[in-house]
Ligand binder design. Structure first.
Ligand code: 5RP
Length: 223
């Protein structure tokens, strides 16, 4: 296993300490979260169940015998564990590298506490080096792309990719995200955009980071 995988595994393991008896656990999507799901398996009879943020996560949970609950059956999720593509010092995130941003945003928003688990390569001062994913209704693809150009971003259609919600992804390169909350709000208002992969308005509550020395809890910067 490479260094990066070891770091992902370590931070996923650390997140298990946050799970309490009887919890309903919101579960994100991605390679880091996949390790978390493996560590969750021995707790499957201690938790009330899991709410999945993607079909792939749902399948993995079910394959390990972890009870998956429909979000509509649940009034509040005490804890949500998910990775990210970028994390800034204010715990604002870019997510959606795996294309699961819409369900991730829904489950994160329905959760009381969002613990983000990343290896140190995801930490940035300013968001935006990682192309910002948008989930877009297929018929609006060209229109949304033209609108993005007005924000000086370079839209790239993630061809051949269809989301769990049967939509498409446009990744925005070179976008200035110096004001993440404003950018999240502005782009969300473009007709045809279902979800912006910026988790700025509702960022993470805690960020666990792994580096070569182990796992630490990140300090949140003051604005
Ligand atoms: C999926 C996501 C993931 O959380 C993000 O892409 C990080 O994934 P990984 O842990 O594989 O690096 O937002 O939509």
């Amino acid at each position: 296993m490479g260094d990066k995988e070891i770091k992902k595994q370590a931070v996923a393991k650390a997140a298990i300490d946050y799970i309490e008896y009887d919890d309903i656990v919101g579960v994100g999507t991605g390679s880091t979260v996949n390790y978390f799901i493996d560590y969750l398996k021995p707790l499957k009879n201690k938790i009330s169940g899991a709410v999945a943020s993607s079909i792939i996560t749902q399948k993995k949970l079910e394959a390990l015998g972890i009870r998956v609950l429909d979000l509509n059956e649940v009034s509040e999720i005490p804890i949500y564990i998910d990775g990210a593509d970028e994390v800034n010092p204010y715990f604002q995130l870019i997510k959606g590298g795996g294309g699961a941003l819409t369900r991730e945003k829904i489950v994160a928003s329905a959760s009381k506490k969002f613990i983000c688990i990343v290896d140190e390569s995801k930490l940035v001062n300013t968001l935006g080096k990682f192309p910002l994913p948008l989930e877009v209704i297929p018929m609006s693809r060209s229109f949304v792309a033209r609108e993005i150009v007005k924000y000086n971003g370079m839209p790239v259609w993630r061809e051949e990719f269809v989301t769990d919600n049967k939509n498409i992804i446009i990744d925005i390169n070179n976008l200035d995200i110096s004001e993440p909350i404003k950018t999240e709000k502005d782009l969300s208002q473009i007709p045809g955009v279902l979800t912006v992969g910026l988790f700025a308005n509702r960022g993470a509550d805690e960020v666990l980071v792994s580096n070569k020395d182990g796992v630490y809890k990140m300090e949140k910067a003051n604005k």
